[in-house]
Design a protein around this ligand. Structure first.
Ligand code: DHB
Length: 507
């Protein structure tokens, strides 16, 4: 049954030869669905084949999560569509590093969102007020005329692309023995296994398996970035073999990442560098001793990355603010203001006098920007909470241990000053972080990147996107990175442009 699941390392088969029956895509097993999708070019009637809840590994731990849906357009506005060689949007709907299932979806972009406890809840659905308890795959999508969100997945289908929506295990899953079986690195292992399933079915599954474009938002954006950075890394082989992933490449062509909550082991320090002086929503300052210690540690980390930016040289904490302002914040404010009517722009500028508007360009200072954003979302430390209450503490749980510290700083703050992280953690952290793969210029990485975050998103530091984009630029990859002015967590304000970008980079 699982001949291809053994071994796990060594050569990667290019096709499905020798694959178990269980991992063979049945192209006749679909339901035909017709739906109307609102796009920039008006409403489109899309007829598509919907393949549902396909288990993508031979030794699933939990099929509810280790399964994927495939949507293949066959007719758009009455015209026959052949998606045989179309790009494949691989849209995960992971939020909060929680379990994510597509098994109950009745159509494209309909993955049910698992309940989000605590502060790690993504505000994706809240920001558009659908209130349905559902989040569209691959992020919010853009808001159509009726105030409904149109997801990347739906827009991709309306553009004639194949859409694959993978489920994945998440941090809260626990079996009857009390073992947490969805903690790191389960989610990325599952997404890689799903990519391998698609690749192993090259020529059978519709779409061009060499043009897989991944998308995700927040934790899903982090996983999408990780999928892009870590393509074909042998570091996951034992995990992939254990759950019976197909023996095929898991490299992807392009990676679309919205507000990626990544580089978690450096996220506390980065957060204090960015938002350290911002007060909480309650109006109180966070512990300034802790904040300053973390901020100091960030300087060393930033220097260690040895990133370069045009006109600034090596990025350090001395010029990182200037880099963020020039590269992201000012262009973002400029685009926002340029799109407003003269009256609305005048009104906005009158109540935001920290912005200078001259010759169609906005300029501003980092300090004024921080004041403008106002309340920070998280206390300090933002990710490795002293009391182990953060979602990320659970993400790095292990066995029957629900939550662990994953930074020396928080571990030692709570325990002895010579405490050591559990010995498995350095390796596990690396499996969850795109940055080390990029530091090694992983040859299997995606070479095309779409990266977005809202300027008012304080779920993590804006340096996460800044550094990811800088690293990729330094590697010579094709990067389209931008921020949405005044947008909060989970925003996706240019989904139509992302769909066009896919056509461009895959064309
Ligand atoms: C998400 C948000 C967070 O603030 C976080 O720490 C992890 C994940 C999310 O929305 O997916």
């Amino acid at each position: 049954l699982d001949a291809q699941a053994s071994g796990g390392s060594g050569t990667k088969a290019s096709g499905s030869t020798g694959s178990a029956v269980a991992l063979t895509f049945d192209k006749d097993d679909y339901t035909e669905v017709t739906t109307t999708i609102t796009t920039d070019d008006g409403d489109k009637t899309v007829k598509y084949h919907f393949y549902k809840a396909i288990t993508y590994v031979t030794k699933p731990v939990d099929e509810k999560y280790q399964s994927l849906n495939v949507s293949v357009p066959v007719e758009i506005d009455g015209k026959t569509v052949d998606a045989t060689d179309a790009p494949i949007l691989f849209a995960n709907s992971v939020g909060g590093y929680m379990p994510s299932s597509v098994a109950d979806a009745t159509g494209v972009g309909g993955a049910a969102m698992t309940g989000m406890p605590g502060s790690a809840a993504p505000s994706a659905s809240a920001s558009t007020g659908t209130g349905s308890g559902e989040v569209d795959s691959g992020g919010n999508g853009q808001v159509d005329g009726q105030g409904e969100t149109v997801s990347n997945a739906k827009l991709a289908l309306a553009a004639g692309y194949v859409v694959v929506e993978p489920g994945a295990r998440g941090r809260t899953l626990v079996d009857s023995d009390g073992v947490y079986y969805g903690v790191a690195p389960a989610a990325i292992v599952d997404l890689k296994a799903a990519v391998r399933y698609v690749r192993a079915n090259k020529g059978v599954i519709p779409g061009d398996t060499d043009r897989i474009v991944s998308s995700g938002t927040s934790a899903g954006g982090a996983l999408s970035a990780l999928l892009g950075a870590s393509g074909d890394s042998p570091l996951y082989d034992s995990y992939l073999a254990e759950t019976g992933a197909a023996d095929a490449s898991d490299a992807i062509f392009a990676s679309g990442d919205w507000c990626p909550i990544t580089d978690l082991e450096h996220a506390d320090m980065a957060y204090e560098w960015n938002w350290g002086s911002n007060k909480l929503g309650s109006g109180s300052l966070v512990d300034q001793t802790v904040s300053k210690e973390l901020r100091t540690a960030f300087a060393d980390y930033q220097a260690s990355l040895k990133l370069k930016a045009k006109g600034l040289g090596t990025l350090t904490v001395r010029n990182l603010d200037e880099y963020l302002v020039r590269t992201f914040l000012e262009p973002s404010a400029t685009a926002y203001l340029a799109a407003l009517s003269d009256t609305d722009r005048t009104t906005y500028l009158a109540s935001n006098t920290f912005i200078t508007w001259k010759n169609g360009k906005a300029t501003l200072s980092w300090e004024d920007f921080l004041t403008h954003v106002g309340a920070r979302k998280k206390d300090t430390p933002a990710f490795d909470a002293f009391d182990l209450s953060a979602g990320e503490n659970n993400l790095f749980g292990k066995g029957t241990t629900e939550a662990r510290h994953f930074t020396l700083y928080s571990l030692r703050h709570e325990g002895s000053s010579s405490a050591r992280l559990d010995s498995d953690l350095p390796a596990t952290l690396k499996l969850m972080n795109p940055m080390p793969f990029l530091a090694k210029a992983n040859p299997g990485r995606a070479k095309h990147w779409w990266i977005r975050v809202g300027t008012k998103d304080s779920d993590t530091s804006l340096t996460v996107v800044g550094n990811l984009a800088a690293k990729l630029e330094n590697l010579g990859d094709d990067v389209d990175a931008a921020m949405y002015w005044d947008a909060g967590h989970g925003a996706n304000e240019d989904a139509a442009d992302f769909i066009k970008w896919i056509a461009k980079v895959t064309g």
